[in-house]
Ligand binder design. Sequence first.
Ligand code: GRF
Length: 191
Amino acid sequence: MTSVRIGVLASGRGSNLRTLVERGYRVAALATNRPGCGAAAFARERGLPVGEFSQRRFASSEERDVAMRGWLRAKDVELVANAGYDRILSPAFTAAFAGRILNLHPSLLPAFGGTMQAAGQALAAGVEETGCTVHLVTDDVDAGPILLQARVPVLRGDTVETLRARIQAEEHRILPEAIDLIAQTSASLRQ
Ligand code: GRF
């Protein structure tokens, strides 16, 4: 397992953050735009630094991202894992961590990209399988180079909740794997 210092961005429940921490990954910081979210509560409980970047505190998304970038750098974050962060990152942020930001998306991209409701959309579309993707973040939403994907069947009688739970079980497997992969292959992380 890699010892790179990971900064997690999250806005939701935080099950992926919890998985990383419980598997021993070195989560150096959690940045969130929703200080009341489950991910922030978990990070506080574990004594991890929590950076609060609610949009209303900033005049623009760019200002928010410049502040978040500075905060993560001050925590010596080497790799950013976007796990349920519900804002689009501005170029000021993506350029600073180019090739070192992973995004987790609950579909087999490019299918059902650009939405947080990918599981519901897959169900509504009647597809037989969906899944999840970890990809590198570029300035095109949900379109950077894919690192890993996992397939999940859509079963008869599935609800959004049951399908989402099956997808999340796979997310908890491939996000750590993708972090190991990028840590091994990225020269800037091996120095
Ligand atoms: C995941 O399903 C991820 O694919 C999506 O947001 C969800 C975050 O889940 N981008 P959690 O907050 O880690 O439980």
